[in-house]
Design a protein around this ligand. Structure first.
Ligand code: DI6
Ligand code: FE
Length: 400
């Protein structure tokens, strides 16, 4: 366990709600002990018993909570560059999916890849996220659609968390697509639910996800998966209302979901249901951008209802080949009109909540010492710049 450490000469965007914008403290200090934040506040308020700790000056830099990417499909085989070309030649995402491309083409590539090659491919993408201050990544299965490959994806996700200084939270996404030639209901009963049981028995599942969409599963089919999740004591989340209004958001709220994700086609009533359920709306502007969607999520309705909004990359080879969470924040502002403060809350405090994590996402006493140190003047710069990475350094569990 590293020695106690006092960080000084910094500005802290604590992201604590209710006070200054960004919870900003000018001339702050942060005391770290045993991998956690022991104390954080204005330097002039530093308690006497901490003042003698070994100190490290941060050169006046801005410190935020380490970023959290709360929705990724970062473990997958192959790529879909050819589909990118096809879309530029006029084919739609849904038409490509119906013609055997789309998600099921990544399923073919993922089934063909062994554990080591899936791991190697994912680590390259994980390392790019870590390099921009990310300290926690959610990783979904869903490109196996058979028991063996779903488990392989989740084992790779767990190994990533052991091999890199980053927390990994897994979601079982067996209900992502109907495998070629399968009947959707039969797939749920004969493959998806048994795979969920097996993955859970192996300790590979932190939450259960699904894709409620015309090209995937309807609300009744997702409900069967959620019932099994509830029986296993697992929280749920859902890809809902991405390309059409299918009732997924209301379903997610009914099951007390951690989050409803995408939600472009959600209604004001859906927003109220999410607020009542305490669910987070996870906004994924990379998919909106890539698919050139025009329906923006109901951000103002989320604000009015008090639904916390998170922002994530949705990093996947099809609809969102986006390897930068900072760029996702920029897109959330420019495309969805989030404020830069909302975008940063969306990759810190609200992203933690979307994963059911209470030990991170802000800078305050008792939370993990997962911090990002930036060469920027103001926190808005993190969302404002496009394609630059101003990270100076990162701390994970109190370790540089
Ligand atoms: N929605 C998405 O944006 C991704 N999965 C999902 O359910 C897309 C995944 C892909 O196109 O491979
Ligand atoms: Fe997704």
């Amino acid at each position: 366990m590293p020695a106690p450490l006092l960080l000084t000469d910094l500005r802290a965007a604590t992201m604590q709600p209710g006070g200054a914008a960004y919870g900003l403290i000018e001339d702050a200090a942060i005391a770290i002990e045993g991998g956690a934040i022991r104390w954080a506040g204005a330097a002039r308020d530093l308690p006497d018993d901490l003042a003698g700790w070994p100190a490290q000056g941060m050169g006046g830099r801005l410190v935020t909570p380490a970023l959290i990417d709360c929705h990724t499909h970062i473990v997958h085989g192959g790529d879909r560059a050819r589909e990118f070309e096809m879309r530029l030649e006029g084919a739609s995402y849904e038409a490509i999916a119906r013609a055997g491309g789309g998600i099921v083409s990544t399923v073919r590539a993922t089934r063909a890849a062994d554990e080591e090659s899936l791991l190697a491919g994912a680590l390259r993408r994980v390392d790019s996220l870590i390099a921009e201050g990310v300290g926690c990544i959610e990783i979904k299965s869903g490109y196996g659609l058979d028991l063996e490959t779903e488990l392989r994806m989740l084992r790779v996700a767990r190994r990533i968390g052991e091999m890199r200084p980053v927390s990994v939270v897994t979601s079982f996404l067996g209900a992502h697509a109907v495998p070629a030639g399968e009947d959707a209901d039969r797939y749920i009963d004969d493959i998806c639910l048994p795979a969920l049981e097996a993955a859970h028995a192996e300790g590979l599942v932190d939450a259960v996800d699904g894709f409620c969409e015309g090209i995937a599963f309807d609300a009744g089919q997702i409900a069967r998966v959620f019932d099994r999740a509830a029986a296993l004591g697992l929280p749920v989340k859902l890809h809902a209302e991405q390309l059409s209004h299918m009732g997924g958001t209301a379903l997610a709220a009914r099951y007390g979901a951690l989050s409803a994700d995408h939600v472009e086609y959600a209604s004001a009533e859906d927003a109220r249901l999410l607020a009542d359920a305490g669910s987070v709306a996870v906004l994924l502007p990379g998919a909106f951008y890539t698919l050139r969607e025009t329906q923006v999520p109901p951000v103002q309705a989320f604000r009015e209802a008090g639904v916390p909004m998170a922002v994530a990359t949705d990093l996947n080879p099809g609809s969102s080949p986006l390897g930068s969470l900072l760029l996702a924040m920029n897109m959330a502002c420019t495309l969805f009109r989030l404020t830069p403060e909302e975008a940063l809350a969306g990759t810190t405090r609200h992203a933690a909540r979307a994963l059911g994590l209470r030990d991170r996402g802000e800078i305050r006493a008792g939370l993990r010492a997962d911090l990002a140190v930036w060469d920027v003047e103001t926190p808005a710069e993190l969302s404002y710049r496009i394609g630059t990475n101003p990270l100076h350094s990162r701390m994970f569990g109190g370790q540089a």
